[in-house]
Write a protein that binds this ligand. Structure first.
Ligand SMILES: Cc1ncc(COP(=O)(O)O)c(C=O)c1O
Length: 378
């Protein structure tokens, strides 16, 4: 047994290397990665443009914190802000993970509003640091820390009437995953999002879009904020933002960015040059290979071609999809695994999650569709 303290139940094979939309065991057996390396491999595994950019940066300067001004950091922030140009968030603070991005957005909301309380939604998942955990609806990981968690009002997700009952002017921030991933790829009607944005804005409660899974083109739009036509105060990012080099970001409105003083935010590793090189290369690949459009068209194809005897409905948008199964999803997951296709479970036992690279090949698309049609009914 190794000394490793592991967080997740691993796949039942030793993972050796990756290329494109596949990962391989040491013997070279390929698995199509519809799990996307935990929704991280946005441009696929080891995309040559990423490897080239990271290698070049590694030879130039591996790391310096924001105590050293770096052109590549400014370029990365500008490129990300440009990609987010229609979301109303034009300023960028770099961090290292999703929890750290949410922690910073929530903490800033406390400081800027002078209020103490947050709201979040049933089924929302936002990370494991204490503020991020406080707004997360997952009793299995929250319960041991009950007394230590921040004060949070849990609201029912997608319930329009419930929004009217909230004392918005007492809240520092409300945080929402526009498509709830772990809860089973659930989203809400546009009217609900519009009302949420309207009420929070009218009462000075900061609106945080957790786009750690939905961002960077995965939904077939640059961000869920674009898809919904909503301008939140903060967008938090991580996962695929740098195609697997650890990185997170807090996007914020110009007004919020302008109100911050030097020293309000800090992170030793956040915005390191290696991560910035990977983010820049990721954005270039997204543009050159038209991956936002590809996510949209493949999502539409899956919605049309996957339903059948075993799959009742395909939920989600773009390449963040949930296969709602008529029988326990674990059976379909095992079947797909036997066909060398990796997928993700959800807290809903009748749902399988797909979050593959946006570079998914046509052959891998056909392989999944065939595999889903070949499940034997019992
Ligand atoms: C929607 C969402 N928010 C936040 C997080 C936390 O990100 P990290 O594990 O990088 O801290 C996750 C991770 O799965 C996530 O899916």
């Amino acid at each position: 047994m190794s000394a490793l303290v592991s967080g997740y139940q691993p796949f039942p094979f030793l993972l050796d290397h990756g290329a494109g939309d596949c990962v391989y065991d040491p013997s070279g057996k390929a698995y199509i990665d519809y799990y996307g390396g935990h929704c991280v491999a946005l441009t696929g595994h080891c995309h040559p443009r990423l490897v080239e950019a990271i290698s070049a940066q590694a030879q130039r300067l591996l790391f310096y914190s924001t105590a050293g001004e770096l052109a590549i950091r400014d370029q990365a922030a500008d490129a990300l802000a440009e990609f987010a140009q229609n979301t109303g968030t034009s300023r960028v603070f770099f961090v290292n993970s999703g929890a750290e991005a949410n922690e910073n957005a929530l903490k800033l909301a406390l400081k800027l509003s002078g209020r103490q309380r947050f709201a979040s939604f049933s089924g929302g998942w936002h990370g494991r640091t204490l503020l991020a955990l406080s707004v997360t609806d997952d009793p299995s990981i929250c319960a041991p820390y009950g007394e230590q968690l921040a004060e949070v009002q849990r609201l029912p997700f997608a319930d329009l009437e419930a929004l009217e009952e909230v004392a918005w002017s007492e809240l520092a921030a409300v945080i929402v995953e526009p498509v709830q991933s772990m809860a089973g790829i659930r989203t809400a009607p546009l009217a609900w999002f519009k009302r949420l944005a309207q009420l929070s804005r009218a009462h000075g409660c900061f609106l945080i879009f957790d786009e750690i899974q939905t961002g960077m083109g995965r939904l077939g739009h640059p961000f869920a904020a674009d898809w919904l036509g909503i301008q939140p105060d903060f967008i938090t990012l991580a996962k695929g933002i740098a195609s697997g080099v650890p990185m997170g970001a807090v996007l914020m409105s110009d007004a919020i960015g302008a109100s911050l003083a030097p020293g309000d935010l800090g992170s030793t590793f956040g915005g390191g040059p290696l991560a910035c090189a990977a983010l820049l290369a990721t954005l270039r690949v997204i543009g050159e290979e038209q991956l936002v459009q590809r996510a949209a068209s493949l999502g539409a194809r899956f919605k049309q071609e996957l339903p059948g005897p075993w799959i009742d409905r395909v939920r989600g948008e773009g390449l963040l999809l949930g296969l709602q199964t008529r029988q326990p999803a674990a059976r379909l997951r095992a079947h797909l695994y036997s066909r060398q296709i990796l997928s993700g479970a959800a807290s809903d036992p009748h749902l399988l999650r797909l979050m593959p690279p946006l570079t998914l090949s046509d052959e891998s698309v056909s392989r999944l569709i065939e595999a889903c049609q070949s499940v034997e009914a019992s």
